[in-house]
Design a protein around this ligand. Structure first.
Ligand code: ADP
Ligand code: MG
Length: 261
């Protein structure tokens, strides 16, 4: 087995809620509690759970946008949250994120070529940006000439392809996709899921795939982690979680998604 790409070791994250009274200490909300997982190259881990179960908070910690209060996130063996800003900036090209909203994440006044090259500029790559942008467009099934167009000229599914092009332009080893197909119609969802799987085959990507919809997770993931109220409820190979769920909650998610165990 290959060495882990990402190793999340018992991370927790709490948020202090606004004080309701001067006389009381502010309440603390546990968004994520003692959660661990590992992803290797070429593997897809699905994290599933209803809204508010801590999925996006986990994604932000994996992306080093936010620090865990305890626990560690190791990327290729390096503790992400112990790195200096400069070290982290360098390493960032190896893990990239695909966001849910392909509309909000593209600047409507910029040609999409500019938006796709943004992560390259962020890590200080200036050379060959046009060539690498063209290559990324082709990898997601668009045309290099599309770089000259504006976001409004594309459909929702095409915009999500653009968001994926922007995520792979730095040639990452890990993609974090947070509700990346949730805003799309079911038929378009399937195309984007196929694209992610093709890219994984070609590039050997590890993928952290987050969704509230177990049907979508079931379609592409090798391993599944079920979260409930910030806690890891059960995890294992996809077939096991889908066909022999250990918890009633997982069965409820399966029912809601129309997946029969
Ligand atoms: P999910 O992505 O599964 O819907 P989130 O990770 O977004 O869940 O949220 C988990 C919990 O943490 C929720 O109760 C949410 O309201 C809370 N939360 C998330 N981000 C913040 C924040 N910045 N400040 C306060 N509470 C937050
Ligand atoms: Mg979320």
């Amino acid at each position: 087995m290959s060495a882990p790409l990402i190793e999340v070791r018992s991370v927790s994250r709490h948020y202090r809620l606004p004080r309701v009274s001067l006389l009381r200490a502010p309440a603390v909300l546990t968004a994520v509690e003692s959660t661990s997982f590992t992803i290797r190259a070429g593997e897809t881990l699905g994290i599933v759970g209803e809204s508010g179960s801590g999925k996006s908070t986990l994604a932000r910690m994996v992306m080093a946008f936010e620090k865990p209060d305890s626990g560690q996130v190791l990327f290729q063996g390096q503790d992400l949250h112990a790195l200096s800003a400069t070290e982290l900036r360098k390493l960032r090209q190896k893990f990239q994120m695909v966001f849910q909203d392909p509309f909000g994440s593209l600047d409507p006044r910029r040609k999409i070529g500019w938006s796709i090259a943004e992560p390259l500029r962020a890590i200080g790559v200036d050379a060959n940006t046009a060539r690498r942008t063209a290559e990324a467009l082709e990898q997601v099934g668009l045309h290099p000439r599309d770089a000259e167009k504006y976001p409004h000229e594309f459909s929702g599914g095409q915009r999500q392809r653009i968001a994926i092009a922007r995520a792979i332009v730095t040639r990452p080893a890990l993609l974090v996709a947070d509700e990346a197909v949730s805003a799309l119609d079911v038929s378009v969802q399937a195309q984007i899921l196929n694209l992610l799987m093709d890219l994984q085959d070609q590039l050997g990507l590890g993928i952290l795939f987050i969704s509230h919809d177990l049907a979508v997770v079931a379609a592409i993931c090798d391993h599944i982690l079920v979260m409930q109220h910030g806690k890891p409820l059960e995890s294992g190979p996809a077939a096991q979680v889908l066909h022999r769920p250990a918890h009633l909650y997982t069965q409820t998610l399966l029912k809601a998604a129309g997946v029969s165990p």
